[in-house]
Design a protein around this ligand. Structure first.
Ligand code: AMP
Length: 216
């Protein structure tokens, strides 16, 4: 059973939704660099000033800044039983950094799940995405709506749309993904760690495909 997992794929392909489910089912931490960065912004911390402009423009935070942030973030987790990483590594440079960091903690990635869906599907998913600002749960008003209008099923907080889910920023994020993050597909394929998953279909159907691969 593979339990040391990286999620890879376009923004909006379902990494957060699937990652949170995997984490709950396998009892391993779900660790999202995007959530952690947004959390710093919400708290107006000193380091948030450094990366706010990149995030609001849909650009990647530069590797040197984000790698330090990732190391600090990971230091707070027990990674022994496994993990689900969402949103990092995002560049080949970050991938090298993460490998080195994990080695220093006597662990390593054993599966990279590459979630794939067509661009048109992605745009629809992102425009419908709503998140809970309190607990981080992710919904979609078309595909996975909350039980009660605009409210989180888990904690009842009013759901919001992420600033960078607005259309112009989304187009930029897709472009940046293709240029900077997509090369990781070859990188992890060469390491024998890559598993491609068809991410079209219901949340349950995609989850079943993921579990079949992790159990295999
Ligand atoms: P996400 O929620 O993963 O889509 O991340 C939202 C934004 O946070 C991205 O558009 C980037 O500006 C920034 N970000 C998150 N993770 C990383 C990363 N590993 N490297 C650089 N920037 C990141």
């Amino acid at each position: 059973m593979r339990t040391h997992i990286v999620l890879l794929g376009l923004p909006g392909v379902g990494k957060g939704t699937q990652g949170q489910r995997l984490s709950a089912r396998m009892n391993i931490p779900f660790i999202s660099s995007g959530d952690a960065l947004r959390n710093e912004l919400a708290r107006h911390t000193e380091i948030a000033e450094e990366f706010e402009k990149y995030m609001n423009a849909g650009l990647l935070v530069p590797d040197d800044i984000v790698e330090e942030f990732i190391a600090d973030m990971l230091a707070g987790y027990n990674l022994k039983k496994g993990f689900v990483f969402d949103g990092f590594p995002r560049t080949v440079h970050q991938a090298g950094f993460v490998n080195g960091y994990l080695a220093s903690r006597n662990t390593a990635i054993d599966a990279v799940l590459y979630l794939v869906a067509p661009d048109e599907e992605i745009i629809k998913r992102i425009s419908g995405r709503r998140v809970c600002p309190k607990c981080g749960a992710v919904y979609n008003i078309y595909f996975n709506p909350p039980k009660e209008d605009e409210k989180c099923d888990i904690c009842g907080t009013k759901l919001v749309q992420r600033d960078d889910d607005k259309e112009e920023v989304v187009k930029n994020r897709i472009k940046v993904y293709k240029e900077s993050t997509h090369p990781l597909v070859d990188y992890y394929n060469n390491l024998g760690l890559l598993y491609e998953i068809n991410a079209v279909g219901t949340v349950d159907a995609v989850q079943n495909r993921i579990e079949a691969i992790l159990n295999g």
